[in-house]
Unconditional design. Structure first.
Length: 295
């Protein structure tokens, strides 16, 4: 399939199997998007619709974030097959995310291996939605350590949600970035994407972890672009490990292009801007889907 030349990567959008989503969760997703919510439902089943939207937005590639959270969000293990199948339509422009839920898996290592075979390019850990801390293996959740260890062996990055969540039942106490400190120490060759930078409560804590650990990257999704330099005024110090993302179409994010325009309007060095939107993602996720990025 012919694709555009490598360009901007939005590393974090939510294209998921909304048929599995619980009704109260759907209500949160629908708020502010009532006039085009049916379009979004159709897009969740049509990779071509997504690619057409990306072309309109001037975005070359996206990471579609999927994860297992049956008890809170409604997403079962079928979310992984959904992600792999959807991305297979154009694996160069659609990066598949998936997860193994450590509270439910009976074979964490084997489950990771199966998802790698499925084409999953990045794993997702969502502490507030999966109801455990990112370092819960230090308190007995052994399956989580096995998952991290196997990802480290495969050279597959893991995205860990930090910050709050507005979805019903989410336990925001699990969103503190400091728990990633343990993970970065115990799995030094595991590439960790810190999603959302601890917003809106723990940005200083997040920046400390980012400066301390070279294997931790910042995923800007979910941060209002106009607040980036306010919340991370020294972002240039970690500029080789920052990734552009929007969290579209999550709560408060109506349009990928609008967020990108607001980011490009920031008073920021052009080289840093290009690294964030384009170059860093290509290092981490090479354009060739069969390649591995830096560990």
């Amino acid at each position: 399939m012919a694709t555009a030349a490598p360009g901007i990567t939005d590393i974090h959008i939510h294209v998921q199997n909304w048929d599995e989503m619980k009704p109260d969760v759907l209500d949160v997703m629908r708020k502010g998007k009532e006039e085009y919510f049916e379009f979004l439902f159709e897009l969740m089943k049509s990779p071509q619709m997504l690619l057409d939207l990306l072309d309109e937005a001037g975005v070359w590639r996206v990471g579609i974030v999927n994860y297992v959270s049956p008890d809170l969000m409604g997403f079962t293990n079928a979310s992984n097959e959904f992600s792999g199948d959807y991305a297979s339509y154009d694996p160069e422009r659609i990066l598949a995310y998936g997860s193994v839920h450590p509270r439910f898996t009976k074979d964490p290592v084997g489950d990771v291996d199966r998802l790698v075979e499925l084409g999953i390019r990045c794993f997702k850990i969502h502490p507030p939605h999966q109801l455990f801390a990112a370092n819960a293996y230090t308190e007995g959740l052994d399956a989580l350590a096995k998952i991290y260890g196997r990802l480290e062996e495969h050279g597959i990055p893991v995205t860990i949600h930090t910050g709050t969540s507005v979805f019903p039942g989410a336990r925001c106490k699990y969103g503190k970035p400091m728990e990633i400190d343990d993970v970065a120490i115990d799995f030094p060759n595991l590439t960790i994407l810190m999603a959302h930078g601890g917003r809106p409560l723990w940005m200083d804590e997040a920046f400390f972890i980012l400066r301390r650990h070279r294997n931790v990257w910042l995923d800007l999704s979910g941060i209002p672009p106009r607040r980036i330099l306010e919340w991370f005024p020294r972002i240039g110090e970690i500029g080789d490990r920052v990734l552009w993302g929007t969290d579209w179409p999550g709560p408060g994010v109506r349009d990928m292009r609008k967020n990108l325009d607001e980011f490009e309007a920031l008073p920021m060095d052009e080289d840093l801007r290009r690294r964030i939107t384009t170059d860093n993602a290509l290092r981490l996720f090479p354009a060739d889907p069969s390649a591995r990025g830096p560990v």
